[in-house]
Design a binder for this molecule. Structure first.
Ligand code: FES
Ligand SMILES: [Fe+2]
Length: 361
């Protein structure tokens, strides 16, 4: 049982460090949190006139849930890509399909994942049953992107609402994927240590001197939502900032350099005047994490400027400190720590959410 940190941050201890070290919790987290969570799927235009079907794997090396996204007149459907005969992957590459045919023994499905027919089964009794269909997953849509969940244990609208409402001024429809910004980093640390680090700006002056020179650290702001947080980085005078409309809650205040959203458990949406940088934190092992970066640009003329100017440098600095924490947390001489009430409300919120999901399932 994972004890929940005290709700009063001024009294709370950090999450029991067993969470990061014991493989039991790593597996429990997969089943009790990640299977309920929403996952970043695809940009809507990835399914188009030349390509109505796309396979993908949700959190490869952790969930390993093979799915197919299929464009239908009614929207995008998502279902299992695992053949209901003997588990071969049905679809191996994106393309234009009229139906899906398993390459192993020829079982056929329509583009909703419904079983159509199969050779060699004319003698089978009680066949086909409903379970011959490819299992459906939940999907939802926001800002030109599709999200996928196995169990939808978190209400999508409540999860995405803080981003939707705060960023309604942002031209999501103009975002274009920038291939050079699709990359991944491998970090020798637990996935939640990477999130812990992301969830506080406390370390910025210590760890990120170049970033710190562009933002007004004393104004850095945290907001908490039921399933996420928003950190706002304000621009120093003369640094690049958003052009905010009058109905933005931040209009008239200090200029905003970056909005850093984190959505429980592992999605980071970093908005800059040039566009959106997405970080997907993928657990691999209790001490190994892959962070997938995806960049979508709406104002290429503003790239490489301001708080979102050198993301690779910031990433290298974060990785070094997170790997240091991974080493330190293993020491028997570290029993756990406390939170800064002023600077670490996001980390406290994350730890309480983790414990809550592990307790209630
Ligand atoms: S595994 Fe697909 S038809 Fe046999
Ligand atoms: Fe950082």
């Amino acid at each position: 049982m994972m004890k929940q940190p005290h709700k009063n941050i001024r009294k709370a201890d950090t999450l029991n460090k067993d969470f990061y070290l014991n493989p039991k919790y790593f597996l429990q987290t997969r089943d009790n949190i990640f299977r309920k969570a929403w996952h970043w799927g695809i940009w809507d235009s990835e399914l188009n006139a030349e390509r109505n079907v796309m396979p993908m794997i949700l959190l490869e090396d952790y969930l390993d849930t093979a799915v197919v996204l299929s464009r239908q007149a009614s929207g995008v459907k998502v279902f299992s890509n695992v053949c209901t005969h003997r588990a071969a992957l049905v679809c191996s590459k994106p393309g234009q399909y009229r139906q899906l045919v398993c390459p192993y023994h020829g079982r056929q499905f329509d583009l909703n994942g419904q079983f159509l027919k199969m050779p060699g089964f004319s003698e089978a009794l009680n066949f086909p049953r409903d379970c011959e269909n490819l299992a459906p997953l939940k999907s939802d849509f926001w800002g030109g992107f599709h999200f996928i969940s196995e169990q939808a244990g978190i209400p999508f609208e409540e999860w995405i609402e803080p981003v939707r409402s705060r960023m309604k001024f942002f031209p999501m429809q103009d975002l274009i994927p920038e291939p050079s910004m699709f990359k991944h980093y491998t970090i020798k640390a637990h996935w939640a240590l990477y999130c812990d680090n992301y969830l506080e700006g406390f370390h910025i002056p210590f760890v990120h001197p170049a970033l710190n020179s562009t933002i007004a650290y004393s104004l850095y702001r945290d907001e908490l939502f039921p399933f996420g947080t928003l950190q706002t980085g304000f621009a120093k005078p003369g640094e690049l900032a958003f052009d905010l409309p009058p109905d933005s809650p931040d209009s008239g205040g200090p200029p905003v350099a970056a909005y850093y959203f984190w959505l429980f458990p592992n999605l980071m949406l970093n908005f800059y005047p040039w566009g959106l940088s997405v970080n997907i934190v993928c657990p691999v092992k209790p001490d190994l994490t892959r962070v997938e970066y995806r960049g979508y640009v709406c104002r290429p003329d503003l790239l490489h400027k301001g708080a979102g100017g050198d993301l690779n440098q910031v990433e290298m600095e974060d990785e070094a400190v997170v790997e240091s924490v991974q080493k330190g947390i293993k020491s028997a001489l570290y029993p756990g720590g406390r939170f800064s009430p002023e600077k670490e409300p996001g980390v406290h919120h994350f730890h309480r959410l983790l414990a809550n999901f592990l307790q209630n399932t």
